[in-house]
Design a protein around this ligand. Structure first.
Ligand code: ASP
Ligand code: MG
Length: 422
């Protein structure tokens, strides 16, 4: 019997009615002759509400207790979903991450899945039941503590379950009809992709496309799990994320899509001595703060002064940590001044066909110029160009690039069924 792993996000299970609707879809899949294992997220904005509560009682919540708190969100939805399925006459059993055999590293709030021991899930499935697993959580075996995988982690849970169970497909149900050439909330004319490679999806996800979490795509690529991203609201065929298909490359469009990201900030270190070792010293300081740096730009130094400016981008919520670490080594790095700016946006154009096509950058920069958008930073990889702009210009920039590359759909506007796109 084919085995299907399905993942339902928070907006698909936002209230009792939504849970019943999801239960009906699961039952349909089961009755169509599949074994079904489900990973589910917390209902609606539960995770945010729990985070707000924690921050209301203290400004420094303990990471271990934070994970105990946040994992409660998925316990609620998994239990309710199992009950709703049983109500429809199909057997269902709910499992927490630890009960489902999801083993992780010890890092609270950002644990990685190391392994899945799917014995209990296999037993439930062979008993003819649907197994419902709480997404976003696991167990660190040494401490026996529950951990969470980072925001949006239920996608990764689903892919890890699919890999461990050797499922035929991992269906990720969300509130749009698949992966689009841009976020349909910003570009209503965005086109749904029928297929995208792991590689392109990874770059889009890492560049801010919120439809899938980067780590889940990495996991899928490593274990060659085919992902089908689709809507739980429409039931239409969505987007397949798979390895490159032999012989199909020639037909592949040059560009897969445009992603944007508003979650980063920029730090500029002004007046850094232009001598060997300055950048090393600066980024050593940042590394001690456990901050992920994205783009880096070093200005040309004026020969008269012998100093330069270095700017870099990082997740906005890590700015306080990073600046504290840099300030702690003020004398060692020898800079004059530090400035931070969180009113930036990042736009990325992604496509494997860029590799073999000249003229992509020219068209990209021309589109931004024609829209009157100033570029503050640029980075590239062989399948991606990213730029930083003012945050308030970002939407306009996304639309300008999207239409310059003829990505607009010919058949009407994309539908956003709900949620916030997070
Ligand atoms: N509930 C968690 C979050 O909102 C995990 C998830 O939705 O995937 O981040
Ligand atoms: Mg969520």
């Amino acid at each position: 019997m084919p085995l299907v792993v399905q993942k339902y996000g928070g907006s698909s299970v936002s209230d009792a009615e939504a849970i019943q609707r999801v239960a009906r879809r699961i039952v349909e899949t089961k009755r169509a002759g599949n074994d079904v294992v489900v990973a589910v997220s917390a209902m609606g904005d539960t995770t945010d509400d729990l985070l707000d509560l924690a921050n209301a009682v203290t400004d420094d919540p303990a990471p271990r207790e934070m994970d105990i708190l946040l994992t409660a969100g998925e316990r609620i939805s998994m239990a309710l979903l199992a009950m709703a399925i049983r109500h429809l006459g199909v057997g269902a059993q709910a499992f927490t991450g630890p009960q489902a055999g999801v083993i992780t590293t010890e890092h609270h709030g950002r644990a990685r899945i190391i392994d899945v021991a799917p014995g209990r899930l296999q037993k439930a499935v062979s008993d003819g039941d649907v197994a419902i697993v709480a997404g976003f959580q696991g167990l660190h075996p040494e401490t026996q503590d529950v951990t969470t995988l980072g925001r949006g982690g239920s996608d990764t849970t689903a892919v890890a379950l699919a890999a461990a169970l050797e499922a035929d497909v991992c269906e990720i149900y969300t509130d749009v009809d698949g992966v689009f050439t841009a976020d349909p909330r910003i570009v209503p004319s965005a086109r749904k992709l029928d297929r995208i490679s792991y590689e392109e999806m990874l770059d889009l996800a890492a560049s801010g496309a919120k439809v899938l979490m980067p780590r889940c795509v990495e996991y899928a690529r490593r274990f060659e799990v085919p992902i089908h991203v689709r809507s739980s609201f429409s039931g239409l065929e969505g987007t397949w994320v798979t390895g490159a298909v032999e012989g199909e490359d020639m037909e592949d469009p040059i560009i897969a899509g445009v992603a944007h990201d508003r979650s980063e900030a920029k730090i500029t270190v002004i007046g850094v001595p232009d001598v060997p070792g300055s950048a090393a010293r600066l980024f050593e300081a940042v590394a001690t703060a456990d901050v992920n740096i994205d783009m880096i730009v070093q200005n040309v130094s004026a020969t008269v002064t012998g100093v330069t400016d270095i700017s870099f981008t990082l997740p906005a919520d890590t700015v306080p940590r990073a600046t504290a670490a840099i300030e702690a080594d003020h004398a060692g790095i020898g800079y004059a001044e530090l400035s931070t700016d969180d009113a930036i946006g990042k736009l990325s154009l992604v496509g494997a066909g860029m590799r073999s096509n000249s003229g992509v950058s020219a068209k990209f920069f021309t589109a931004l110029r024609d829209a009157g958008i100033n570029i503050e930073m640029i980075t590239t990889s062989d399948i991606r160009i990213s730029v930083v702009t003012r945050a308030e210009k970002l939407d306009e920039a996304v639309r300008a690039v999207h239409s310059a590359f003829d990505l607009d759909s010919k058949d009407g506007e994309a539908v956003v069924y709900g949620g916030t796109g997070r």
